[in-house]
Design a protein around this ligand. Structure first.
Ligand code: NAP
Length: 320
């Protein structure tokens, strides 16, 4: 719906979910049209598309060429998130539309959840919780032993801001670090592998912290999972699109890998039902950056990027 109509303010389409207090701040600055994520396009929106000069959107929301094509006066897309794979950046660049994101402010919280998922899977934390609540400790005795992270190798796919912070946390738990990027970093001493398969063969836990989008679509497929092997764990805090999800489900069902900690999925919020019955899988609802502190900082940065654009100032976080 259109929340206010004031010709003096730039009109911005805000795609949810973005925290309500950030929407309130945006409402003070812009004429807002608010659309739920992946919603139908209501008449109110379609009648006002020529007024829209900016979009605020979660980085994974789908803003494709067809949607942008409805907005002839669109100037900027401000992504709420460091990932911006939901936006058709090529179309934006071709049409002179700026794209911004919110890096750095979320790095610590995302790395924290990555480490939490490593511990939760290896140490059977969620499984143990269920075991106690279901009364099985009393009826069946002690739970099976878990695995220590200490001495195991963490293979990071995407050793960027989040990957580096995850590496620091994992080192504190005694893990060795290896990684795969398209290019070797010259500022770290961690072991580099030129392919994800080679990394999977070398590591015990593979963590995904690379961007989503076409370049990484199904990067982790049946072959990589097979290389990770029956003692190997997968942790995904990147994007669901990075993993061939049916192949992952199959590998987990057939115990071709030991377990998985998953924050992101191919068709969120739908999660393959087969995963719900597996004790060796820990599931999160795309929650890695979801702390009040981090989401507030991300939201403020999103609004700051829009404001800078409309004031004609340099954009704090321009990616295209
Ligand atoms: P970043 O600093 O840009 O790091 C990305 C890393 O991925 C870089 O080291 C990059 O190295 C590597 N990379 C890029 N394309 C690759 C490819 N095709 N194959 C292998 N490696 C590749 O980004 P960041 O701030 O750490 O964020 C990383 C991603 O985390 C985001 O894009 C987002 O999708 C995801 N994320 C998820 C959540 C969540 O809620 N679960 C929250 C925040 C972020 P090279 O360029 O050398 O390849």
């Amino acid at each position: 719906m259109i929340e206010s109509v004031n010709g003096d303010k730039p009109c911005v389409l805000l795609i949810e979910p973005i925290p309500s207090w950030i929407v309130d701040r945006a409402r003070d600055e812009f004429d807002l049209i608010v659309l739920p994520h992946e919603s139908e396009r209501p008449a109110e929106f379609l009648e006002n598309t020529d007024r829209i000069r900016g979009i605020a959107m979660p980085g994974f929301a789908k803003v494709d060429a067809a949607l942008m094509g409805l907005m002839p006066n669109l100037e900027i897309i401000a992504c709420f998130g460091v990932g911006y794979d939901g936006a058709d950046v090529d179309y934006a660049v071709q049409h002179g539309i700026a794209v911004t994101n919110t890096p750095d402010v979320l790095t610590d919280c995302v790395a924290d959840l990555g480490m939490a998922l490593i511990l939760a899977t290896l140490r059977k934390i969620v499984e143990g919780d269920r075991y106690v609540r279901d009364g099985r400790w009393e009826s069946e005795g002690i739970l099976d032993l878990s695995n220590s992270p200490r001495g195991r190798c963490l293979g990071i796919v995407g050793l960027g801001r989040i990957g580096l912070e995850l590496a620091k946390r994992a080192e504190a738990f005694g893990m060795e670090i290896a990684y795969h990027n398209r290019s070797r970093r010259d500022d770290v001493s961690y072991t580099y592998h030129a392919s994800v398969t080679a990394l999977a063969e070398a590591c015990d836990v593979m963590a995904l912290t690379c961007p989503g989008g076409e370049a990484t679509q199904n990067l982790i497929d049946a072959e990589v999972l097979s290389a990770l092997g029956p003692e190997g764990y997968l942790v995904n805090i990147a994007r669901g699109s990075v993993v061939d999800e049916p192949a992952l489900v199959q590998a987990l069902l057939e115990r071709k890998i030991a377990g998985a900690g998953l924050d992101v999925f191919a068709a969120e919020p739908t999660v393959p039902e087969a995963l719900f019955t597996l004790e060796n899988v820990v599931l999160q609802p795309h929650h890695a950056s979801a702390t009040i502190e981090t989401r507030t900082a991300m939201g403020n940065l999103t609004v700051d990027n829009l404001l800078a654009h409309f004031k004609g100032e340099a954009l704090p976080n321009q990616v295209a």
